[in-house]
Every structure is written in structure tokens, then in C-alpha cells.
Design a protein around this ligand. Structure first.
Ligand SMILES: C[S@@+](CC[C@H](N)C(=O)[O-])C[C@H]1O[C@@H](n2cnc3c(N)ncnc32)[C@H](O)[C@@H]1O
Length: 779
């Protein structure tokens, strides 16, 4: 299917039905093998566009008919990613080199030469063949398991390109406008975290948005594997992504001061005709009209993004379509519309190994009768004089001088025969001047303040310099959140707190009004809206789950949890939130200060589908010290703030015992480890930590190279310890530490029965040890 997906849900607006295609015609269903991998109109259309020379065209067409190789990307924290890369090099490449299928040797996977750090990979065997191959089942199982746990992302090579050109840094506010299913969002998050110490939060954030609610939920799954407190998943039509206003010192919205983003990705819905190698049905469904239907929404999304981008910020517009009407036409007309405020960036020096062709400056438009036209006026009128109704001037190129001026050649076209990938289009844009009246006004005020400051410094009156004019307009909210009270601020603080509690609570439709126009939306006073009450019926029945509400760390259950586990103050108390159900919560999530601030500013305007990392979950074990336990995905986030009493060091022998037994008796562990665990009260969560650096000289080591610290959340029962991980994580860990491949499907009820010794099971039964009750985390 094309990458448009279905647009629906609230605000989805017009949708690309039938898997991204507009036709709406029912196709008679043909078997995969019977599909014709050609289309006369497609051939005629693209030959006329001169996307490649006439001589090269057959090669392009031929490559578009072949099945794609398998591609994947190594994800996760840097150290972990290096370990996985080395595992592929040390274990799987030698294994595949020695493997043959029907007597034929197999070319082992190789890194994509243009992807940084050898983290992008290609394997000549197509996905389906890999899945079916008995010989390669071990490698397939590795890819599946590591994908599930989030160490690997199975992603088409060209789809990895757009985020690389955004240059995301840890302080950036990033908006991914059409994000589902989220493979590029994952890259954006990784980039955000890449230059930050483990356990620290970047100061920036990523909003992953999609117009289709169900698809936005796919982002949640992706998010759970990414373990980032800096991500918010939202559900808006990109072209109407709401304005989020800054607040003044009194906690009131500043009507014309909108939060803008440093980086925006517009990976827009498209006809997807660059994906024929993956989606064979594109051949038979292809119609020139699809691009005509998509161009308007693509242009609107890009225009809205331009408003939301900071001056000096960078934006990437991308599609997996080869069609100039979805690509160069959109970029050229939007650039033209903004009269020089947006510019195409020359990225020819970046990723030099990536083979690409320049953007087109001329193209033709195909009408329904199959004729091609160079200009709008050449399309004949029908009898009713309305023949051009379905076509628009903006489907055509601008005049050539203007196209030259805009440097349309700086757009990148990637074709399948260039480096054995799918087809893709990428344009990198920079905002060099403000666009809206408000932005211009604000920029002028800032420039005037700066000039005044410089003047004061020059005149030697430095003491009178007010540096506040140099700070961002977010300063009041930021200061408040940082606890810096301003004179007479107590009321403001209480307003602010109320707003914070509203969080994303009331996600009313009225907030979804970011029209992309310079017009104000008339929603001047957000504070006049009723406050959210958890026990009141929800206002937005389209969202099936209760909204998130920020929790007060000094109250009730949350205070008890933080006290019980002794969570240090280094973990921000502002970031805890939950969904309230019948006045209580089951799980506690944690978000970064940047997300908290954004949600505070956004109030009801943002339809938040999900955010944060789950850190605590309600626990049903009787007699437990705390009614909440630690959650596996939250452990990396909590660990730096957890006191030593809940963190127990494991030797390699202990690690083996834990992974072999899953639920070992405490007596089966080393004396040292046993003694440490005896100091922890029974019926509580603990984290077992194995630090490879401390055991570098040990003779026994993990099966694969391991340099990143392992932290394994466990439940300390009366007599035994049980691992709290989902089965994919467990399988991944067992393979990496013990070298054993465990069939995920055989891991019934997350118990790994085969690994447990009968003796320890009997002993547990005799002791009535409660640890069995909650053996592993559900994913
Ligand atoms: C090409 S896909 C995005 C792929 C995604 N960036 C990735 O790398 O996984 C386009 C997405 O746009 C969404 N979409 C369609 N219309 C939209 C709109 N008006 N605003 C925002 N998203 C939209 C679709 O639901 C679909 O998930």
C-alpha cells in the first residue's frame, strides 16, 4: 500500500482510501504472483517526465519490479547499539557466510555505506524469503526478537534518509507531522538522546502526530520500545495542528506568541509509487489522478509546518512517490508563496555516499484521457466549459527563471536502481525570515530590545542592562516550573498548577484550530474554560482512554511510592502523570520537564494520545511493602535516582542463574548477592545490575560482546527472585548472555517452564512464595 494510510479519526479529513489511493474503485483481488509488474500509463508518464535519461529508464523500471532486500537499523542507546552491531559482525556474519541455501552461497548482510556508524544494514535476501528459510531461522529469530525489544528497527533503507538531514540535537523542539507508524520518529528520538548521558533527559522534545487515531496508536507501541520521557503522541490533522501559546508570568495565555519548533518533519501521505518493490499492487492501481488529489493536502501540511517552524529552523519534506506533482510542485509553490522566507538547503555535501539525483525543474501533467500537458492553459475545456476543474495551476512548474531562483535542483530524488532501494523524494528547507505578522512583530521587538541593550553596553551603562530581553519568551513558564517565584506570584502559581493539572485533560475539538493562517483563532482566554475534573464525563468521546493528569508528588499514593523507593530529588517531581479511572490510577508515567512545560502551555488544545514512560504499576501481591512495583520499561529512567538498597549487583554467575531459572531461590545465588537481597524487605521490586566493565577480567563472560550495563527488574519474594521482563526482552537477553535461542512462542505465560528446575519449584511451593504471582511484565 502507498504510504498515505487511511486518514480518518477525528480531523482526518479527506482520506486516501484503499491503502493510500484515492480511486475508491473496488479492485478484483489477484494473487500476488499473478500481478503484472508494469503499467502503460505509468511508463508513459515517467518517460515523459525525464526523471532519468531514456537510456537509463529500462534499468529503473526493471529495478522497480524486483523484490526489495531486507533492511534494518540498529537503534537504542549508543553503547547498546554498538553491542548489537558487534553481535551481528561477530556472530551472524560468520554464521551466514558458512550457510548455503540449495547449494548456493549467501551474501551476508552489509552496512549501508551512507548510514552513520554502520547502524543501517542491508541483506540481499528479501524479507519473505528470510522468514521462510530454515537455514536462516536463527538470524530471522534474532531480527524479530531484537525488533520487538526495540534494539532493531526493520525499515526500508530510503525511509531512513529524511531524519538524517534534520540534524536533531538534544535541545530541539521537534514536530513529526505525519508520524505513524513511527520508524522516522524513532530516529528523531534517538538523535534527541544521542548526546545526553544515560539517565538524563534532553531539554528538547518530539511531538509525533498523526491524523489517524488508530495509526497514532501504532506510535504508542513504537514509543514503548523507545523509552523516552521526551515524546508526546498527538492526533491532529497536520494542516490544522493547533497553535500552542506561551504564558505570561500570571499563567495567562499570550495570544500572539506561539511555540515554534526547531525541526519539523513532513513525511506526508502520498501515492507511494516509489514503493513498487514492496507494494506490488501499486502497479495495477497507479493513476495520474492520485497525485492530483494529494497535492492540495500535501501543500497545506507543508504550509502549516512553515508557520510552526522557528526562524532559523530546519524542515524536511519527504514522500515515497516519484511524482513531481507531489514533490517539486508542492515545494516550489510553497516556497514561492512565502516569498523568500523559506529556502531549499544545499545538502549535496551531506551523506556524500548517498546516491541521488537533483529535483526536476520541468514536468508535465497527465489528464484523465492520458494526454500530457506542459501548461494549465493547454488543458482543453469540456462542453460545459469546466474541463480544467480537476486540475490546478499549482500542479505545473513555475516559470523557469523562478524555478532557477528557488534552486529546485537542491531537492533529492532517490531511485531504486541507484543503490538497491525503494524510490524517495526529500527536500530540506530552512526558514530564513519570519512569516506571520505575529512572528514579524515579535522579531522586530526582540531586535529593538537587543539594539537597546547593545546601546546601553556601549554607553558604559552595563548595570542597567536587562538581560531578560535576551531570554526566550518561554522564560516565565520555565522560571515558574523551575521554582523561581516572581514577586506576587503565588496566585499565578496556583493558576499555573491548575493548568498543569488540566494538562492534556480536556482535549476539546475547539483547540484543533491551527489553520495555518495568520488569523487569530478567537480563543482568547483559555482560562475561562472549565477545569478538568477526573470524575466528570469526558468531553472527547473519540478518545477511548481517559486523559493524562499530572500528579502532585507531595500527595497520597505518589508520595507513598516515592518515599518507599526513596526516589532521589534528582528525578523531577513535576513530571509524574497518570490516567485517572474511578478516582484512582493503576500506572504512573514520567515525562521530561520539556514535555511537562509543553503540556502545561497546550492545556486543552493538544489531543494527547500518549506520553512519557511508565515507571510504576499497581501491584496485587498481598503483604507487599508498596502497592506499586517498578516497571521494566521505566527502569533505565529510574535507576539513576534509585537508592542503593534496591539496586543489587550481580556477578556473571548470578546473571546466569537468574536467566536460567527465571525464578531462582535466593539460596541459588552467590553468597554475596544472597546477603544483599536479604537486606531488602521481602515482597518488593529490586533491580539486579550486571556491569560488564567490572567483570572485564572474569574468565566467564556473556556469549556476545556486551559493554552496556544490564539492569534487570526483579521481584524479591520471600524465598526467591523472579524476573520482571516481557518475554521478548527475556529471549533477547538469554541469547545475548547465554548464547541460547529461545523460541518466543514456547515461552508460555512468560514462564519459561523449561528453564526452571523441579527442585526450586518444589521448594517454592513448600514455602508458599508469592513471587510466582507476578512473574514477568506484560509488554
Ligand atoms: C507516509 S506515512 C508516514 C510514515 C511515517 N513518517 C514513518 O516513517 O513511519 C503518512 C502518514 O500521514 C498520516 N496522515 C494522513 N493525512 C494526514 C494529515 N492531514 N495530517 C497528518 N497526518 C496525516 C497517515 O495516517 C500516515 O500515517
Amino acid at each position: 500500500m502507498g504510504r498515505g494510510g487511511k486518514r480518518g479519526g477525528r480531523g482526518g479529513g479527506r482520506g486516501a482510501k484503499n491503502g493510500g489511493h484515492i480511486s475508491g474503485e473496488r479492485q478484483s483481488y489477484k494473487r500476488f504472483e499473478d500481478l503484472r509488474r508494469d503499467n502503460d500509463n505509468f511508463r508513459k508518464y515517467y518517460l515523459a517526465q525525464n526523471i532519468v535519461s531514456e537510456d537509463e529508464f529500462p534499468e529503473l523500471m526493471e529495478s522497480m519490479r524486483t523484490v526489495l532486500p531486507t533492511n534494518f537499523r540498529i537503534t537504542g542507546s549508543r553503547q547498546q547499539a554498538i553491542d548489537i552491531r558487534e553481535q551481528i559482525m561477530d556472530e551472524f556474519i560468520p554464521f551466514i557466510k558458512e550457510t548455503s541455501i540449495d547449494g548456493a552461497e549467501i551474501e551476508p548482510p552489509h552496512p549501508l555505506e551512507w548510514y552513520p556508524n554502520n547502524f543501517g544494514w542491508q541483506f540481499s535476501i528479501p524479507r519473505v524469503a528470510l522468514k521462510k528459510s530454515k537455514e536462516l531461522s536463527k538470524f530471522h529469530s534474532f531480527l524479530v526478537t531484537e525488533t520487538e525489544v526495540g534494539n532493531i528497527s526493520r525499515q526500508e533503507a530510503v525511509s531512513m534518509v529524511p531524519p538524517l538531514f534534520l540534524g536533531v540535537q538534544s535541545s530541539h523542539y521537534v514536530l513529526d507531522m505525519c508520524a505513524a507508524p513511527g520508524s522516522k520518529t524513532a530516529q528523531l528520538i534517538e538523535a534527541l538522546h544521542s548526546d545526553v548521558e544515560a539517565g538524563q533527559s534532553p531539554t528538547g522534545l518530539v511531538i509525533a502526530n498523526d491524523a489517524d487515531y488508530k495509526r497514532a496508536c501504532m506510535l504508542v507501541h513504537q514509543m514503548n520500545r523507545l523509552n523516552s520521557p521526551n515524546i508526546v503522541v498527538t492526533n491532529h490533522s497536520g494542516e490544522r495542528f493547533p497553535n500552542i501559546y506561551r504564558m505570561d508570568a500570571q499563567g495567562m495565555r499570550i495570544p500572539r506568541d506561539v511555540v515554534q519548533f526547531d525541526r519539523i518533519l513532513c513525511d506526508v501521505p502520498c501515492s507511494g509509487d516509489g514503493t513498487t518493490r514492496k507494494n506490488v499492487r501499486v502497479w495495477e492501481k497507479w493513476r495520474a489522478d492520485d497525485a492530483h488529489s494529494l497535492n492540495p493536502i500535501q501543500s497545506k501540511i507543508l504550509q502549516r509546518a512553515a508557520y510552526l517552524l522557528k526562524t532559523g529552523g530546519r524542515l524536511v519534506y519527504s514522500t515515497c512517490s516519484l511524482n513531481p506533482i507531489e514533490n517539486e510542485a508542492v515545494v516550489a509553490h510553497v516556497l514561492d508563496h512565502f516569498e523568500g522566507a523559506l529556502k531549499l538547503v544545499d545538502v549535496s555535501e551531506q551523506l556524500p555516499a548517498l546516491k541521488r539525483r537533483p529535483g526536476l525543474k520541468t514536468w508535465k501533467v497527465m489528464t484523465r484521457d492520458g494526454n500530457l500537458h506542459d501548461e494549465f492553459e493547454s488543458i482543453p475545456l469540456d462542453e460545459a466549459g469546466r474541463g480544467r476543474r480537476k486540475y490546478m495551476q499549482k500542479f505545473f512548474p513555475l516559470d523557469q527563471a523562478r524555478m532557477e531562483e528557488l534552486h529546485i535542483e537542491r531537492c533529492m530524488r532517490i531511485y531504486s536502481h541507484l543503490q538497491n532501494t525503494g524510490g524517495f523524494f526529500v527536500a530540506v528547507l530552512e526558514k530564513v525570515a519570519p512569516i506571520s505578522v505575529d512572528e514579524k512583530r515579535k522579531a522586530a521587538a526582540e531586535a529593538a530590545a537587543l539594539a537597546a541593550t547593545v546601546e546601553k553596553i556601549k554607553s558604559g551603562n552595563a548595570a542597567a542592562v536587562d538581560i531578560s530581553c535576551l531570554e526566550s519568551t518561554a522564560a516565565p513558564a520555565t522560571k515558574r516550573l523551575a521554582g523561581e517565584s516572581e514577586a506576587g506570584d503565588s496566585d499565578a502559581d496556583s493558576v499555573s498548577l491548575k493548568r498543569a493539572k488540566i494538562g492534556s485533560a480536556q482535549i476539546s475539538i475547539a483547540g484543533d484550530d491551527g489553520s495555518g493562517d495568520e488569523e487569530e483563532d478567537g480563543d482568547e482566554d483559555q482560562a475561562k474554560r472549565p477545569l478538568y475534573r477526573p470524575d466528570e464525563p469526558r468531553e472527547d468521546p473519540a478518545l477511548p482512554e481517559n486523559p493524562f493528569v499530572f500528579l502532585d508528588a507531595s500527595k497520597d499514593d505518589l508520595r507513598a511510592i516515592l518515599e518507599y523507593y526513596g526516589i532521589r530529588d534528582t528525578m523531577s517531581r513535576n513530571g509524574f502523570l497518570s490516567r485517572i479511572e474511578n478516582g484512582a490510577f493503576r500506572s504512573v508515567y514520567h515525562v521530561s520537564d520539556s514535555v511537562r512545560q509543553l503540556m502545561e502551555l497546550a492545556g486543552q488544545r493538544l489531543r494527547v494520545v500518549n506520553t512519557g514512560i511508565r515507571v510504576f504499576s499497581r501491584n496485587s501481591v498481598k503483604g507487599a511493602g508498596c502497592s506499586f512495583r517498578l516497571v521494566c520499561e521505566g527502569v533505565p529512567q529510574l535507576l539513576p535516582h534509585l537508592p542503593d538498597r534496591y539496586v543489587v549487583e550481580a556477578s556473571f554467575g548470578d546473571l546466569k542463574t537468574i536467566l536460567n531459572e527465571i525464578n531462582p531461590l535466593l539460596t541459588a545465588l552467590s553468597d554475596e548477592c544472597h546477603e544483599r537481597l536479604r537486606q531488602v524487605p521481602p515482597s518488593t521490586s529490586v533491580v539486579m545490575v550486571y556491569d560488564p566493565a567490572k567483570h572485564a577480567l572474569d574468565t566467564e563472560k556473556p556469549y556476545t560482546r556486551m559493554t552496556a550495563k544490564l539492569s534487570i527488574p526483579c521481584w524479591r519474594g520471600h524465598a526467591s527472585l523472579s524476573v520482571h521482563m516481557d518475554k521478548n526482552q527475556l529471549c533477547s537477553l538469554i541469547h545475548r548472555v547465554l548464547g541460547r535461542t529461545v523460541d518466543r512462542n514456547a515461552v508460555g505465560g512468560y514462564r519459561l517452564e523449561n528453564n526452571r528446575t523441579a527442585a526450586s519449584a518444589e521448594a517454592r511451593a513448600a514455602l508458599g512464595d508469592g513471587s510466582d504471582a507476578i512473574q514477568a511484565d506484560s509488554a
